[in-house]
Design a binder for this molecule. Structure first.
Ligand SMILES: CC(C)(COP(=O)(O)OP(=O)(O)OC[C@H]1O[C@@H](n2cnc3c(N)ncnc32)[C@H](O)[C@@H]1OP(=O)(O)O)[C@@H](O)C(=O)NCCC(=O)NCCS
Length: 190
Protein backbone atom coordinates (compact mmCIF):
# COMPACT_ATOMS: atom_id res chain seq x y z
CA UNK A 1 0.00 0.00 0.00
CA UNK A 2 1.29 3.50 -0.86
CA UNK A 3 2.05 5.74 2.12
CA UNK A 4 1.05 8.79 0.06
CA UNK A 5 -2.36 10.19 0.93
CA UNK A 6 -4.54 11.30 -1.96
CA UNK A 7 -6.74 14.37 -1.51
CA UNK A 8 -9.74 15.08 -3.67
CA UNK A 9 -10.32 18.75 -4.53
CA UNK A 10 -13.84 19.78 -3.64
CA UNK A 11 -15.70 22.25 -5.83
CA UNK A 12 -16.90 25.22 -3.76
CA UNK A 13 -20.66 25.66 -3.74
CA UNK A 14 -21.85 29.28 -4.21
CA UNK A 15 -25.36 30.40 -3.32
CA UNK A 16 -27.24 33.56 -2.38
CA UNK A 17 -30.27 34.15 -0.21
CA UNK A 18 -32.23 36.79 1.66
CA UNK A 19 -31.33 37.00 5.35
CA UNK A 20 -34.17 38.02 7.66
CA UNK A 21 -32.72 36.98 11.02
CA UNK A 22 -29.21 36.45 12.36
CA UNK A 23 -27.61 33.43 13.95
CA UNK A 24 -24.42 34.07 15.90
CA UNK A 25 -22.47 32.22 13.19
CA UNK A 26 -23.92 34.36 10.41
CA UNK A 27 -23.25 37.55 12.39
CA UNK A 28 -19.61 36.52 12.81
CA UNK A 29 -19.33 35.68 9.11
CA UNK A 30 -20.88 39.02 8.14
CA UNK A 31 -18.38 40.89 10.33
CA UNK A 32 -15.45 38.82 9.03
CA UNK A 33 -16.40 39.26 5.37
CA UNK A 34 -16.99 43.01 5.82
CA UNK A 35 -13.58 43.28 7.53
CA UNK A 36 -11.90 41.44 4.64
CA UNK A 37 -13.68 43.69 2.11
CA UNK A 38 -12.72 46.89 3.97
CA UNK A 39 -9.10 45.73 4.23
CA UNK A 40 -9.22 44.95 0.50
CA UNK A 41 -10.32 48.55 -0.24
CA UNK A 42 -13.97 47.93 -1.06
CA UNK A 43 -15.84 48.21 2.19
CA UNK A 44 -19.06 49.99 1.23
CA UNK A 45 -17.95 53.34 2.57
CA UNK A 46 -15.75 52.21 5.44
CA UNK A 47 -12.08 52.96 4.85
CA UNK A 48 -10.73 51.76 8.20
CA UNK A 49 -12.05 48.60 9.85
CA UNK A 50 -14.28 49.69 12.74
CA UNK A 51 -14.30 48.01 16.16
CA UNK A 52 -15.97 44.58 16.11
CA UNK A 53 -18.91 45.75 18.26
CA UNK A 54 -19.62 48.56 15.78
CA UNK A 55 -19.74 46.05 12.92
CA UNK A 56 -21.96 43.72 14.94
CA UNK A 57 -24.42 46.52 15.75
CA UNK A 58 -24.37 47.61 12.11
CA UNK A 59 -25.50 44.17 10.83
CA UNK A 60 -28.01 43.73 13.64
CA UNK A 61 -29.47 47.12 12.68
CA UNK A 62 -29.66 46.23 8.99
CA UNK A 63 -31.61 43.04 9.72
CA UNK A 64 -33.94 44.89 12.10
CA UNK A 65 -34.82 47.63 9.60
CA UNK A 66 -38.03 47.00 7.63
CA UNK A 67 -36.79 49.46 5.00
CA UNK A 68 -33.87 47.17 4.07
CA UNK A 69 -33.61 43.88 2.25
CA UNK A 70 -30.35 42.11 3.06
CA UNK A 71 -29.05 39.52 0.61
CA UNK A 72 -26.03 37.40 1.44
CA UNK A 73 -23.66 35.31 -0.64
CA UNK A 74 -22.36 32.04 0.79
CA UNK A 75 -19.47 29.88 -0.31
CA UNK A 76 -19.84 26.41 1.18
CA UNK A 77 -22.32 27.88 3.65
CA UNK A 78 -20.05 30.66 4.92
CA UNK A 79 -21.26 34.23 4.35
CA UNK A 80 -18.69 35.98 2.18
CA UNK A 81 -20.57 38.90 0.60
CA UNK A 82 -23.72 40.96 0.65
CA UNK A 83 -25.84 43.54 -1.03
CA UNK A 84 -28.79 45.50 0.29
CA UNK A 85 -31.85 47.07 -1.23
CA UNK A 86 -32.91 50.28 0.50
CA UNK A 87 -36.59 51.04 0.09
CA UNK A 88 -37.73 54.67 -0.26
CA UNK A 89 -39.21 56.29 2.87
CA UNK A 90 -43.03 56.11 3.08
CA UNK A 91 -43.40 59.90 2.60
CA UNK A 92 -41.70 59.70 -0.78
CA UNK A 93 -44.72 58.42 -2.65
CA UNK A 94 -43.53 59.91 -5.93
CA UNK A 95 -40.40 57.76 -5.88
CA UNK A 96 -42.00 54.65 -4.41
CA UNK A 97 -41.20 52.90 -7.69
CA UNK A 98 -37.46 52.68 -7.05
CA UNK A 99 -35.02 50.99 -4.67
CA UNK A 100 -31.38 51.79 -4.04
CA UNK A 101 -28.82 49.01 -4.29
CA UNK A 102 -26.00 49.44 -1.81
CA UNK A 103 -23.26 47.72 0.26
CA UNK A 104 -22.48 45.28 -2.54
CA UNK A 105 -19.26 43.39 -1.92
CA UNK A 106 -17.72 39.93 -2.01
CA UNK A 107 -14.77 39.24 0.31
CA UNK A 108 -11.50 38.92 -1.64
CA UNK A 109 -11.13 35.20 -0.80
CA UNK A 110 -14.51 34.39 -2.36
CA UNK A 111 -14.25 36.39 -5.58
CA UNK A 112 -14.43 34.89 -9.05
CA UNK A 113 -17.16 32.34 -8.28
CA UNK A 114 -19.98 34.37 -9.82
CA UNK A 115 -21.38 35.42 -6.44
CA UNK A 116 -21.63 39.15 -7.19
CA UNK A 117 -23.65 38.42 -10.32
CA UNK A 118 -25.86 36.03 -8.35
CA UNK A 119 -26.41 38.72 -5.70
CA UNK A 120 -27.34 41.25 -8.35
CA UNK A 121 -29.80 38.88 -10.04
CA UNK A 122 -31.38 37.98 -6.69
CA UNK A 123 -31.65 41.70 -5.82
CA UNK A 124 -33.53 42.25 -9.08
CA UNK A 125 -35.82 39.29 -8.37
CA UNK A 126 -36.55 40.57 -4.85
CA UNK A 127 -37.20 44.11 -6.12
CA UNK A 128 -39.58 42.81 -8.81
CA UNK A 129 -41.39 40.60 -6.32
CA UNK A 130 -42.05 43.71 -4.21
CA UNK A 131 -43.34 45.64 -7.25
CA UNK A 132 -40.39 47.99 -7.58
CA UNK A 133 -39.77 49.12 -11.14
CA UNK A 134 -36.30 50.66 -10.97
CA UNK A 135 -32.99 49.94 -9.23
CA UNK A 136 -30.62 52.87 -8.65
CA UNK A 137 -27.02 52.65 -7.51
CA UNK A 138 -23.85 54.68 -7.33
CA UNK A 139 -20.23 53.61 -7.29
CA UNK A 140 -16.74 55.03 -6.88
CA UNK A 141 -14.70 55.35 -10.07
CA UNK A 142 -12.04 53.06 -8.60
CA UNK A 143 -14.42 50.07 -8.28
CA UNK A 144 -13.70 48.84 -11.79
CA UNK A 145 -14.83 45.21 -11.27
CA UNK A 146 -18.19 46.38 -9.93
CA UNK A 147 -18.58 48.90 -12.77
CA UNK A 148 -17.92 46.17 -15.35
CA UNK A 149 -20.50 43.92 -13.66
CA UNK A 150 -23.21 46.60 -13.48
CA UNK A 151 -22.74 47.56 -17.12
CA UNK A 152 -22.80 43.90 -18.25
CA UNK A 153 -26.00 43.39 -16.29
CA UNK A 154 -27.77 46.25 -18.06
CA UNK A 155 -27.33 49.19 -15.68
CA UNK A 156 -27.21 52.50 -17.55
CA UNK A 157 -24.88 55.26 -16.44
CA UNK A 158 -26.72 58.56 -16.02
CA UNK A 159 -23.99 60.78 -14.75
CA UNK A 160 -20.91 61.37 -12.73
CA UNK A 161 -20.21 63.29 -9.57
CA UNK A 162 -16.75 64.92 -9.54
CA UNK A 163 -16.59 65.10 -5.74
CA UNK A 164 -18.25 61.83 -4.79
CA UNK A 165 -15.93 60.37 -2.15
CA UNK A 166 -12.74 61.06 -0.22
CA UNK A 167 -10.47 58.08 0.32
CA UNK A 168 -7.22 58.54 2.23
CA UNK A 169 -7.34 62.26 1.56
CA UNK A 170 -7.96 61.91 -2.20
CA UNK A 171 -11.16 63.18 -3.81
CA UNK A 172 -12.66 60.61 -6.18
CA UNK A 173 -15.45 60.87 -8.68
CA UNK A 174 -18.42 58.54 -8.70
CA UNK A 175 -20.88 57.20 -11.25
CA UNK A 176 -24.67 56.96 -10.99
CA UNK A 177 -26.60 54.10 -12.61
CA UNK A 178 -30.18 52.89 -13.00
CA UNK A 179 -31.90 49.81 -14.38
CA UNK A 180 -35.59 49.63 -15.25
CA UNK A 181 -36.80 46.18 -14.23
CA UNK A 182 -40.48 46.56 -15.19
CA UNK A 183 -41.64 46.31 -18.83
CA UNK A 184 -44.52 48.68 -17.97
CA UNK A 185 -42.14 51.35 -16.66
CA UNK A 186 -39.77 50.82 -19.59
CA UNK A 187 -42.65 51.43 -21.99
CA UNK A 188 -43.68 54.66 -20.26
CA UNK A 189 -40.14 56.01 -19.76
CA UNK A 190 -39.32 58.76 -22.22
C1 LIG B 1 -17.18 43.80 -7.60
C2 LIG B 1 -17.22 42.50 -6.82
C3 LIG B 1 -18.46 42.52 -5.93
C4 LIG B 1 -17.23 41.31 -7.78
O1 LIG B 1 -17.36 40.11 -7.03
P1 LIG B 1 -17.19 38.63 -7.67
O2 LIG B 1 -18.03 37.69 -6.87
O3 LIG B 1 -15.75 38.29 -7.80
O4 LIG B 1 -17.81 38.83 -9.14
P2 LIG B 1 -18.36 37.69 -10.11
O5 LIG B 1 -17.48 36.48 -9.98
O6 LIG B 1 -19.81 37.50 -9.86
O7 LIG B 1 -18.11 38.35 -11.51
C5 LIG B 1 -19.15 39.05 -12.15
C6 LIG B 1 -18.61 40.09 -13.10
O8 LIG B 1 -17.90 41.09 -12.34
C7 LIG B 1 -16.86 41.64 -13.18
N1 LIG B 1 -15.58 41.37 -12.55
C8 LIG B 1 -15.35 40.57 -11.48
N2 LIG B 1 -14.05 40.62 -11.14
C9 LIG B 1 -13.46 41.46 -12.04
C10 LIG B 1 -12.14 41.97 -12.19
N3 LIG B 1 -11.16 41.59 -11.38
N4 LIG B 1 -11.92 42.85 -13.18
C11 LIG B 1 -12.90 43.26 -14.00
N5 LIG B 1 -14.18 42.82 -13.91
C12 LIG B 1 -14.44 41.94 -12.93
C13 LIG B 1 -16.95 40.94 -14.51
O9 LIG B 1 -17.82 41.73 -15.32
C14 LIG B 1 -17.62 39.63 -14.13
O10 LIG B 1 -18.33 39.12 -15.21
P3 LIG B 1 -17.65 37.98 -16.16
O11 LIG B 1 -17.39 36.83 -15.26
O12 LIG B 1 -18.74 37.74 -17.17
O13 LIG B 1 -16.42 38.59 -16.72
C15 LIG B 1 -15.94 42.37 -5.92
O14 LIG B 1 -14.81 42.51 -6.74
C16 LIG B 1 -15.88 43.39 -4.82
O15 LIG B 1 -16.44 43.17 -3.73
N6 LIG B 1 -15.19 44.53 -5.05
C17 LIG B 1 -15.03 45.55 -4.04
C18 LIG B 1 -16.33 46.16 -3.59
C19 LIG B 1 -17.06 46.88 -4.67
O16 LIG B 1 -16.50 47.40 -5.62
N7 LIG B 1 -18.36 46.98 -4.47
C20 LIG B 1 -19.23 47.72 -5.32
C21 LIG B 1 -19.55 49.02 -4.67
S1 LIG B 1 -20.99 49.73 -5.37
Amino acid sequence: MSDKMSFKTLTPVPRVERLESLTLGDLNDLCDSATAAIEGGGGFGWIKVPERDVLERYWQGVVAMPSRILLVARLDGVICGTCQLMKPPPNNEAQSLSVQLTTNFVAPWARGHGLARMLLKEAEAQARAQDYMVINLDVRVTMTAAIALYEKEGFKRIGEHPCYARVNGKILKGFYYYKIISPEAAEQAT
